[in-house]
Design a protein around this ligand. Structure first.
Ligand SMILES: [Zn+2]
Length: 212
């Protein structure tokens, strides 16, 4: 397995964002780096940084709430559950990538979380029009499930499954938004160049073989 280079701009605050989908970016919080598979969410402080880097948390108020959870047992428990969920989600995504569908057990788990943590919506007026807005005001760590599970439902139902793919060279998953739908690697900077170099070297070796 090729190691992912950390020298490129797809990294925000030490996390990889190349997937075009929040939940696939969550899967990619365990990439293979130079030292092997690396957990990028080892503690609550790392989770706090990922929530901000991913754009899930933007308001000053919510950032302050997150800071207040740094030594919270509830936040530690949430992170453990989130990591466990990430790995069952990974299995579901691999099944989708292989042309299958998620297991009934996984859908039951998602349904249970959807039921427990429904998306909260409110209406407000903007320029005389009534706008529907999803509320995101986590008061306790478990409230983060509402966004995570809503994004899961989006990934499983609204996303063209043939465009959910794993990089040909590494463990990173992504949603292909390219026009032709022919994206093969996590990023040109990370794995694309390696594949191009490998193909070039193969061609060179081929040329060499035919001239002898
Ligand atoms: Zn890759």
């Amino acid at each position: 397995m090729h190691a992912v280079s950390q020298q490129v701009n797809e990294w925000i605050d030490g996390f990889l964002f190349v997937a075009n989908k929040l939940l696939l970016d969550l899967l990619n919080t365990k990439p293979v780096l130079a030292d092997g598979p690396t957990e990028l969410l080892p503690d609550v402080r790392a989770l706090e940084r990922w929530l901000i880097a991913s754009g899930m948390v933007t308001s000053t108020k919510t950032k302050a709430i997150l800071r207040g959870w740094r030594h919270s047992t509830e936040a530690t428990v949430f992170l453990e559950q989130l990591i466990a969920f990430r790995e069952t989600l990974r299995e579901a995504v691999v099944r989708i990538e292989n042309g299958s569908s998620p297991t009934d057990a996984f859908l039951a788990e998602v349904n249970s979380l959807l039921f427990q943590y429904p998306r909260r919506i409110s209406l407000h007026k903007s320029d005389g029009k009534v706008i529907r807005e999803t509320l995101f005001e986590p008061r306790k760590p478990a409230d983060l499930w509402a966004s995570i599970i809503d994004a899961t439902a989006d990934l499983l139902t609204e996303t063209e499954s043939s465009r959910i793919r794993k990089c040909e060279l590494c463990v990173v998953h992504f949603f292909d938004t390219s026009k032709r739908g022919s994206r093969r690697w996590c990023s040109m900077n990370i794995c694309g160049n390696k594949l191009k170099v490998a193909a070039y070297q193969r061609r060179k070796r081929g040329d060499h073989a035919t001239t002898n």
